[in-house]
Design a protein around this ligand. Structure first.
Ligand SMILES: Cc1cc2nc3c(=O)[nH]c(=O)nc-3n(C[C@H](O)[C@H](O)[C@H](O)COP(=O)(O)O)c2cc1C
Length: 189
């Protein structure tokens, strides 16, 4: 939708913001970074404050050539470029519910809060167990987000919740590529 940005290597391209939340697959978010870069995206990782404990910030900054952002800028700091698309993966129960409710108390949520109104495509790939996924609050959040045009990859054939305490066994199978290919213009469109 927008003109895009210039990469650390000087190439112009479309900017994908990857919002990473505090769930176990976050440690593997570099896989999504690599897949997106292979498809020509310039990638910016945005971490929730809690997710910083799950990721290797230095490694992600090296791979993307951009700082991992986790807090709002100071008023005196320059405004960063807007994304052309946003993928939230892994999306926690917490962030999915807050996004749906319109809460913007992390930098990641602030980006998400504005995205539907700006026409920025958003794909949400949750990682939640069945105890969390079964809450009415979560079902309402998924419904609310879909009603606003957010693509939530949750349900049969998409992300299916696991038995509580078995999440670590599901990290390898986390379908990063589905989130990328669900973007408008991705392989599934
Ligand atoms: C080791 C560990 C694993 C977690 N795994 C999950 C998870 O799979 N899904 C989830 O929704 N929350 C999980 N949580 C809880 C979230 O980290 C917690 O709700 C946090 O407030 C989420 O913050 P965020 O949404 O801002 O990233 C986990 C927490 C820890 C410490």
């Amino acid at each position: 939708m927008l003109a895009g940005v210039t990469s650390a290597g000087g190439q112009a391209g479309r900017l994908l913001q990857i919002v990473v939340c505090a769930a176990s697959p976050a440690a593997e978010v570099g896989r999504l970074v690599g897949l997106a870069q292979a498809e020509g995206w310039i990638v910016q990782v945005v971490a929730t404050p809690s997710a910083l404990d799950f990721i290797d910030v230095a490694e992600l900054e090296r791979r993307t050539g951009r700082p991992v952002k986790s807090r709002y800028r100071r008023p005196s700091e320059a405004k960063p470029p807007r994304a052309d698309a946003i993928v939230v993966a892994p999306a926690t129960y917490n962030t999915v519910n807050k996004f749906a409710q319109g809460i913007a108390d992390t930098y990641a949520l602030g980006l998400l809060a504005e995205a539907p109104g700006l026409g920025i495509p958003v794909v949400v790939l949750p990682f939640v167990n069945s105890a969390l996924a079964g809450r009415r609050a979560f079902a309402r959040s998924v419904e609310e987000l879909r009603a606003e045009g957010v693509l939530v990859l949750f349900g049969p054939g998409e992300f299916e919740p696991h038995v509580p305490s078995s999440g670590d066994d599901r990290i390898d199978a986390f379908p990063w590529e589905r989130a990328l290919h669900a973007l408008p213009g991705g392989a599934e469109h």
